[in-house]
Design a protein around this ligand. Structure first.
Ligand SMILES: Nc1ncnc2c1ncn2[C@@H]1O[C@H](COP(=O)(O)OP(=O)(O)O)[C@@H](O)[C@H]1O
Ligand SMILES: O=P(O)(O)OC[C@H]1O[C@](O)(COP(=O)(O)O)[C@@H](O)[C@@H]1O
Ligand SMILES: [Mg+2]
Length: 511
């Protein structure tokens, strides 16, 4: 689908990637004064309203010669002029995709913000994600109903995957006369929201679709970070601490912790950086291998030899191709939204490390595997995420009241903005391994950079091409796993086992 972003050039050379506005297809809409000007709390604050000319730079580190010329987004906040008469507004809220700490806080603050700041009285919850539009009754929301929901994890509205039927959803929006649709969800949800917005526009409806990005994986592009992410990183510390205590208290102790992160390893990376007890962090963005020089097994061996124990953090999406091939089948199952279902990298690592080292060590490896993924996702948001959720909710309602639509909200360089939805669904955000943050992580764990992976794959490809046999046409990942190490760089790892070292009286080897 072609969804061009409105681009406006400022007189000084700045570029604004603008969000749609209801007047794009309904040019003669009446406007109203913003009731916030008479609100006892807000009216007291000077310059509370945001000017339509205020924009936020996407990049704040710029070349002195081109400063001010780059991409900008519209600054979020209340406008003096609004396009909805508050007493006529019929707003609804829906939550889609997986859970994340803070969803209830966002719901609460949308309801309370609409109610207390604008005087909106008809606010409805759509239950069970997108499919709830056409398969469930709505529930009535007001400040009393939502007063303490921020203390609970999950979503009072329930959420789901799949079930996005654009026509049925927009039919329901029309039938129920909703004119503001607040959608809380991740990348998939935003794709769905964009088509809902486009369909409303096509039908000429006065409907503002406003999104609030929700993703525990922090994989939504453009915004600084997503709500619930800090809470998740903090909660992950508890699992890492437990893994560290278990590992430290055993001979040949290994604590293995699996964290969420389907395609993006942000939780694993930040939890590792925060903890300082982690010796190795595996993320989807960095392919790794077990055997051979520079591989994980060699590193585990040296770490356990040096320290007697180690802690490994693995993001759930790490090493998926390697796993699939080592298990002998390509795994191609998807969930109802079309997201690939993951193989359990934690269980696989546990089995492989145990199998390898139990043969090699005098005393068996003492590996404790902790999978806190759903526990982390299900908790309520922490204090700073709660404040963050409030700002997101307020940005969304101010934007919708001002007639903007087809937008999402979030901080860009710490300033809250309205961002066109196509901009955030164009690509997801991943850990940039060429960035200094990944360098910091590598220097804190001292883990290998698995640079041999590409060499090994490349060597094997070349060998396959020159041999031209059926067996040789197999992709090389399996070779890394099966012990047939023809494709790997040659090295001394087979002779440097802990057992052999301990037999030679090496004092650094744990007994
Ligand atoms: N390309 C798409 N077009 C329309 N709807 C989509 C699309 N991708 C996902 N959705 C819908 O968005 C909702 C949430 O998507 P999902 O990927 O499960 O979670 P998230 O939004 O957290 O990424 C689901 O109801 C799904 O049907
Ligand atoms: O809830 P499910 O279907 O088990 O999905 C688990 C997935 O949900 C997530 O927590 C978040 O995914 P979404 O952003 O798509 O909601 C992923 O980290 C994880 O892979
Ligand atoms: Mg997603």
């Amino acid at each position: 689908m072609d969804c061009p972003v409105k681009v406006i050039s400022g007189a000084g050379g700045a570029i604004l990637e603008d969000v749609p506005h209801l007047t794009d297809w309904l040019p003669n809409l009446p406007t109203y004064g913003n009731p916030l000007k008479d609100n006892p709390s807000y009216a007291a604050v000077g310059q509370y309203f945001v000017e339509d000319t205020d924009v936020v730079a996407k990049d704040v580190v710029v070349n002195i010669d081109t400063a001010g010329h780059g991409v900008h987004f519209r600054r979020a906040g209340p406008r003096q002029k609004i396009y909805f008469k508050p007493e006529n507004v019929r707003a609804c809220i829906v939550t889609c995709g997986g859970l994340c700490p803070g969803i209830n806080t966002v719901i609460r603050e949308i309801v309370c913000g609409l109610w207390t700041q604008y005087g909106v009285r008809e606010i409805f919850g759509i239950e069970g994600g997108y499919k709830g539009f056409y398969s469930r009754n709505t529930i009535s929301l007001n400040p009393k109903v939502v007063s303490d929901i921020h203390k609970r994890g999950g979503t009072i509205l329930k959420c789901s995957r799949g079930g996005h039927d654009t026509q049925k959803i927009v039919d329901a929006i029309q039938d129920r006369e909703f004119d503001q649709i607040y959608i809380i969800g991740g990348d998939g949800t935003h794709k769905g929201a964009n088509v809902i917005h486009e369909e409303c526009k096509k039908r000429g409806l006065k409907v503002a679709v406003a999104c609030i990005p929700k993703t525990i994986d922090n994989d939504v592009d453009i915004i600084d970070k997503s709500f619930g992410f800090d809470t998740a990183v903090e909660e992950a510390q508890r699992a890492i601490n437990a893994a560290h205590v278990e590992a430290q208290s055993a001979h040949n102790g290994i604590g293995l912790v699996k964290l969420m992160g389907r395609y993006s390893g942000y939780i694993a990376m930040y939890a590792t950086l925060a903890s300082r007890d982690v010796d190795c962090c595996l993320i989807p963005e960095v392919p790794f291998y077990l055997h051979g020089p520079g591989g994980l097994i060699e590193y585990v061996r040296s770490r356990v030899r040096e320290n007697g124990h180690m802690v490994i953090v693995v993001a759930e999406g790490a090493g998926q191709e390697l796993l699939a091939e080592s298990m002998g089948s390509l795994h191609n199952h998807n969930d109802a939204s079309g997201n690939r279902l993951l193989l359990d990298v934690g269980l696989w690592l546990q089995a492989n490390l145990k199998e390898h080292f139990d043969k090699e060590l005098k005393e068996p490896l003492n590996l404790k595997y902790i999978d806190p993924t759903y526990m982390i996702r299900a908790i309520p948001s922490n204090a700073s995420d709660n404040v963050y959720c409030t700002l997101l909710a307020h940005s969304a309602i101010h934007g919708a009241m001002a007639g903007y639509c087809g937008f999402t909200v979030g901080p860009v360089n710490v300033r809250h903005c309205y961002i066109p939805i196509p901009r955030v669904i164009a690509k997801s955000r991943n850990v940039v391994v060429a960035d200094r943050m990944w360098a910091r992580l590598m220097s804190s764990t001292n883990q290998p950079n698995f640079a041999g992976y590409n060499d090994a794959i490349q060597q094997k490809r070349e060998q396959n091409a020159s041999e031209g046999t059926e067996a040789a046409k197999k992709e090389p990942h399996d070779v890394l796993e099966t012990g047939n190490r023809q494709g790997l760089p040659k090295g001394p790892t087979e002779t440097s086992s802990l057992l052999k070292a301990s037999e030679t009286g090496d004092p650094t080897v744990p007994s």
